[in-house]
Design a protein. Structure first.
Length: 270
């Protein structure tokens, strides 16, 4: 392979794969393989492995998952070759979803601003607390405290790894919520990795399956406080110093974040 091609591919990989992980919930290997295919075009698995830096023993499994998610197609010839689905086609659904959420967020901000002006109250009276939390262990400690104090409702939105992580850390707390008659609603994607957790939790919680792939945990307690955590890396490991989260009891911020994450306006408890 020409040296210039390798350098160009490396530059493209460095510039884009992490953003694909962040915005679309792809794993590192999935993002690197897709970007390598975009750069190289139709290629054999061995070539893809070399260009992406993904071990050859892993590349077939990664390609299969990308095929399942509609980002790659297998070319029916021997030896096997793979080709990327054009980005505008592959990410059309994602782009429409984000555009719709942004438009909804702009609409709710406009409505809130108009209501704020009509009320003619000092802005400082509407401020609540906002805390920034770093590190997965500290974030999980905060989540434990929030679940322990829940009295009426718990609303959770996360991806498959987020559900596995929370189930491993707090499965007994979920039992306690059911015993205290706390309503628990969970929105999570349906995948092979979390089938066991979904089967266990469906007797305790109202579970709605949705294609939510962002590496975040959104947890709202009693419609009064929330935590929004970004998983970095997107895994169910109990330890990571790269995770960041915000916690707040501010009703306006809660409403905005809930709208952005779920696409629905949350009825805030008074």
């Amino acid at each position: 392979m020409p040296r210039g091609v390798q350098e160009k591919s490396s530059s493209l990989l460095d510039a884009t794969w992490q953003r694909l992980c962040e915005y679309l919930g792809l794993s590192e290997y999935e993002a690197k393989v897709y970007v390598a295919l975009i750069e190289a075009g139709q290629s054999k698995a061995r070539t893809i492995s070399v260009m992406s830096g993904v071990p050859r023993t892993k590349v077939y499994g990664v390609l299969k998952k990308l095929i399942d998610t509609g980002l790659v197609i297998e070319v029916p010839e021997e030896p096997k070759r793979f080709a990327p689905v054009p980005p505008r086609t592959a990410f059309k659904t994602y782009l429409k979803s984000y555009q719709s959420r942004v438009e909804s967020l702009v609409s709710i901000v406009t409505t809130l601003e108009e209501s704020f002006k009509k009320a003619k109250l000092p802005e400082k009276l509407r401020r609540g607390e906002v805390w920034v939390i770093s590190g997965r262990q500290r974030i999980l400690k905060k989540i434990r405290g929030m679940l322990s104090k829940a009295r009426r409702s718990v609303d959770l939105v996360t991806n498959e790894n987020g559900l596995v992580l929370l189930y491993r850390a707090f499965n007994k707390l979920f039992d306690g919520l059911e015993e205290r008659s706390v309503r628990v609603g969970i929105v999570v994607p349906d995948s092979s990795n979390n089938q066991h957790m979904i089967s266990e939790l469906k007797y305790l919680c109202d579970i709605k399956k949705a294609p939510f792939e962002l590496p975040i945990i959104f947890l709202c307690i009693d419609k009064q406080q929330f935590i929004l955590a970004n998983l970095q890396p997107d895994s169910f490991s109990l330890s990571s110093e790269n995770d960041k989260a915000i916690f707040s009891d501010d009703p306006v911020l809660l409403e905005l974040v809930s709208l952005l994450v779920t696409g629905k306006k949350l009825r805030i408890a008074v």
